[in-house]
Design a protein around this ligand. Structure first.
Ligand code: NDP
Length: 305
């Protein structure tokens, strides 16, 4: 029987681990499919407080993990495949193992949707990004392509004009899913060029380990052309990693877990932190903050019993 199990080992989960470990709760962290979360997929992080010269995402995660280990956190690899939150202790299954816990912190994160191209995967963190606020500043006076037709794409494109010489907003249809106000704001921006209906076939150049251009296909004519660019921001949405909790915990129609009074869910003893419950801020520092809140609430929940 565990006092607390933390699902997810990104910024939120590891911060919750540090705090619960220091509260003598002997946390068990189940790593999940993407150990380290989104930070593990990025390169230089310049907006995490305390690092005047920036810090590499994987290094930041590794250090936070060591910090959690130092206070006695136990880690197991593997993702949770089934949960029973209908009574306490809560029961979790991960692979062949079954766990029981008095409190649960869900910090399973959200995965950025990707285009699914091999070249995109290889150049992620080398000119391909899924986070405009994290990586925009690396593209001062450069050319950027933003992919997507929703509010995230409009918001990212508009934000990136602060840095970029020009932003090409590339979308697969002529119609946009984005809200009118955000679409109009992007259209009114002189630095944004709209390019529709196009899809990216390949990001080049994998050989040089940096983005130099994208090979694009016109959806109507199938004509192929090449667009020089220094960066590609994939802004086609996120999927919260909450499928396994569906039907057992309140979430919105997109799968983001509902929280109230900080990290509390509708199930007493179950707390949620980080991107699995936050589609608004999605920052490493806000995820870490909410992980801390979840740990404090889990500790108070146990103490009250
Ligand atoms: P959405 O699901 O709304 O939009 C995703 C976009 O990406 C769509 O235009 C879609 O195209 C395109 N897309 C999806 N998959 C692919 C693919 N494989 N290849 C090419 N294009 C693809 O996601 P968002 O992240 O934009 O928004 C999510 C939610 O968050 C929305 O409710 C939005 O309103 C909200 N939001 C609000 C903001 C604000 O108010 N400030 C800011 C950001 C988000 P298609 O349309 O053809 O399906």
């Amino acid at each position: 029987m565990h006092k607390v199990i933390i699902i997810g080992s990104g910024c939120a989960g590891l911060t919750a681990a540090i705090y619960t470990a220091r509260a003598d709760m002997h946390p068990l962290v189940l790593d999940g499919y993407e150990p380290g979360g989104q930070l593990g997929l990025t390169t230089l992080v310049e907006n995490f407080p305390g690092f005047p010269d920036g810090v590499n995402g994987p290094e930041l995660i590794e250090n936070t993990r060591k910090q959690a280990q130092r206070f006695g956190t136990e880690f197991r690899s593997g993702a949770v495949t089934a949960v029973d939150l209908s009574r306490r202790p809560f029961r979790l299954t991960a692979g062949k193992e079954t766990y029981e816990t008095e409190t649960l912190i869900i910090a399973a994160g959200a995965s950025a949707r990707m285009l699914g191209l091999e070249s995109e995967r290889q150049l992620l963190g080398h000119g391909v990004s899924t986070c405009a606020t994290c990586d925009g500043a690396f593209f001062r006076n450069r050319e950027i392509v933003v992919v997507g037709g929703g509010d995230t794409a409009m918001e990212d494109a508009t934000f990136l004009t602060k840095f970029a010489k020009r932003v090409t907003l590339l979308h697969r249809r002529n119609e946009f899913r984005a809200s009118k106000i955000m679409l109009e704001r992007a259209r009114a921006n002189e630095k944004i060029v709209f390019m529709t209906p196009y899809v990216i076939e390949e990001v080049q150049s994998v050989e040089k380990k940096s983005v130099e251009s994208v090979r694009v296909r016109h959806m109507g004519t199938n004509a192929i052309s090449t667009l020089p660019t220094d960066g590609v921001f994939v802004a086609i949405g996120h999927d919260p990693n909450s499928k396994v909790f569906r039907g057992q915990i309140d979430m919105d129609e997109n799968g983001y877990i509902h929280t109230h009074d900080g990290p509390k869910t509708n199930v007493p003893g179950v707390f949620a932190a980080g991107d699995v419950q936050d589609h608004h801020y999605r920052q490493a520092i806000t995820a870490a903050g909410s992980g801390c809140m979840a740990a404090i609430e889990a500790e108070r929940f146990l103490s009250a019993r």
